[in-house]
Design a protein around this ligand. Structure first.
Ligand SMILES: [Fe+2]
Ligand SMILES: [Fe+2]
Length: 278
């Protein structure tokens, strides 16, 4: 996993996943070098990913004091138990609901939890982190955060967008993406990840952006977007326009069968004809 130091105190651990028909979805996690170091989300759990190694390229994992789990979806929990093992002093900052959802598969140890709701704060030595509920989310346990010292916003799934290539998904700055392409990608992701936006009361929905408007973060770090410098207003404008958009509808069985049929010739080639040696 490539690592990009986006600020002296913040590193992006980059990863991405190709979603057929949608694009290359960035799946970032972050290391915040506060006096008490914080890891924000823990990436994909795929066997070829070594999350601890990526963390270890920034700091000794044993020094991690907090693991802020924005929500317990599987693209955020990949390295969490390895990191808990490697960082004996670390506690998982998350919600009661998140801990409950984790317990459906593998419970987080209760004595390693720190339960924090939107609006509550965490003192990490040299700064305070403030939890907030991002305007868009796909899991009711979601809590993003503001670093009150740097002003950076960690927005979890919100502001995400699938990219047209793995290279763009791993870009150091989303400015590498064409403005219109970015807008379309973020609107698509809004309807994929938060299909409920089609039913919202527009005034109330726009009101959920107020915390972001008040804080005016210069840098937004989404799990599912390259780092976004200086474009918070336009990204808010994009997501605000998602209200009432039709929900994404994925491929159905007929489409899957068509896709599989498209794979068959290659499969046939690999399969030796009956009686063929070797
Ligand atoms: Fe999610
Ligand atoms: Fe996610």
């Amino acid at each position: 996993m490539p690592v990009h130091k986006v600020r002296p105190d913040i590193s992006v651990l980059k990863d991405s996943l190709e979603v057929p028909g949608i694009g290359h979805l960035p799946v970032n996690s972050f290391v915040l070098l506060a006096a008490q170091p914080v890891v924000i989300d823990t990436g994909l759990g795929l066997p070829d990913r070594n999350f601890l190694e990526a963390v270890g390229s920034v700091l000794d994992p044993a020094d991690v004091r907090w693991i802020w789990l924005t929500h317990p979806d599987r693209d955020h929990t990949g390295g969490i138990f390895d990191l808990l093992d490697a960082a004996p002093e670390a506690r998982v900052v998350t919600t009661f609901l998140s801990a409950g959802l984790m317990s459906c598969e593998r419970p987080l140890p209760l004595d390693r939890l720190y339960l924090l709701n939107p609006g509550q704060t965490l003192d990490v030595g040299d700064r305070t982190l403030t939890g907030f509920r991002p305007p868009l989310f796909d899991n009711p346990a979601t809590v993003g955060l503001f670093d009150d010292r740097s002003g950076v916003c960690f927005s979890s799934d919100c502001f995400g967008g699938p990219m047209s290539s793995a290279e763009l998904a791993h870009a150091d700055d989303v400015a590498a993406v064409d403005v219109e392409e970015l807008r379309a990608a973020q609107l698509l992701w809004a309807t994929v990840d938060s299909p409920w936006v089609r039913n919202v009361d527009i005034e109330k929905f726009l009101g959920t952006f107020q915390t972001l408007l008040d804080r005016e973060p210069e840098l937004v770090l989404s799990t599912h977007l390259p780092p976004a410098h200086g474009i918070t207003d336009s990204m808010i404008d994009t997501l605000g326009s998602a209200a009432g958009e039709s929900a994404f509808v994925g491929p159905d069985q007929a489409a899957l069968e068509q896709m599989l049929a498209g794979f068959e010739p290659a499969g046939e080639e690999r399969r030796p004809a009956p009686g063929t040696p070797g």
